[in-house]
Design a protein around this ligand. Structure first.
Ligand code: APR
Length: 250
């Protein structure tokens, strides 16, 4: 790791008044959750338009729901890693929410609850831009439910009879406007945006670090390789999130 980048990153974290952290699939890679675009990533074995789109859900709901049931079972075996836990401790210590994730694996929430113990986990709970695969949402009335195992019949909402589908943003679906507004507000108020484990190619999430930059703040990137954001970062720390974050944040 280049010494100057590391020293700059440490100084920016130490001096920051308001921090937002944007995470992507890379922070969960060390927990065994496949990323999207790395070799062997999730999309390598499927084409997004086959499964994670509203059209696919309408055309063949059972296949889409079975794929998500498979992803849920794969995730059940995954645990938050040292990177998730270091981020949770960081925001618990600061006492103010600032964690925004693109991930739907729920590992930031589990890390927050584990690190907070009996205290309030609120400051470390993530804003989930793309939802969470551990929850269902009714396609009709939007009611949310804890995910349940997929039975023979398609899961229906008890209130309106609509299809219960994973509470995730499918390709082509809009993000929840309130969620996005909150994330944008945090990005604009922050003087430091930590960008961790994301290829920063999917919008509107990828616009958040730029909002911090435009408001006069800095970007610190933690990634195992360069991304489209690397040149905009004041410090780019090359390394795995599970190793870098405890050293950078604790
Ligand atoms: N530590 C840090 N970074 C890592 C690690 C690691 N251990 N392993 C991989 N990375 C980096 C990769 O270099 C890459 O830049 O994580 C990034 C993963 O990028 P993607 O696979 O594109 O995942 P992400 O950026 O989260 O995708 C954004 O795209 O498919 C949609 O909705 C989906 O939320 C997802 C969005």
């Amino acid at each position: 790791m280049e010494e100057g980048q590391w020293r700059t990153a440490r100084r920016l974290v130490r001096e920051a008044r308001r921090v937002i952290a944007l995470t992507g699939a890379g922070i969960s890679a060390e927990s065994g959750v496949p990323t999207f675009r790395d070799a062997g990533g999730l999309w390598r074995s499927y084409r997004p338009e086959e499964l994670a789109t509203p059209e696919a859900l309408a055309r063949d709901p059972r296949t889409v729901l079975e794929w998500y049931a498979w992803r849920r079972s794969a995730l059940a075996a995954c645990r938050p890693n040292a990177g998730h836990r270091a981020l949770a401790r960081f925001f618990l210590r600061r006492g103010e929410a600032g964690l925004v994730t693109q991930n739907v694996d729920g590992l930031h929430t589990r890390a927050a609850l584990e690190e907070a113990g009996d205290a309030s986990a609120d400051p470390a709970l993530p804003i989930e831009l793309h939802g969470a695969v551990g929850r269902d949402r009714c396609d009709g009335c939007g009611t949310r439910f804890p995910a349940e195992p997929l039975g023979d019949a398609l899961p229906r909402c008890g209130a309106c009879g609509g299809l219960r589908r994973p509470d995730v943003v499918l390709f082509g679906e809009p993000l929840d406007a309130e969620v996005l507004d909150r994330a944008r507000e945090l990005a604009e108020q922050a003087d430091l945006c930590l960008v961790i484990g994301t290829s920063a190619v999917v919008y509107p999430a990828a616009a958040l670090p730029l909002a911090t930059l435009e408001a006069g703040g800095h970007i610190v990137e933690v990634n195992v390789r360069r991304t489209t954001l690397t040149d905009a970062a004041t410090a780019a720390v090359r390394g795995e999130a599970g190793t870098v974050l405890p050293a950078l944040l604790d």
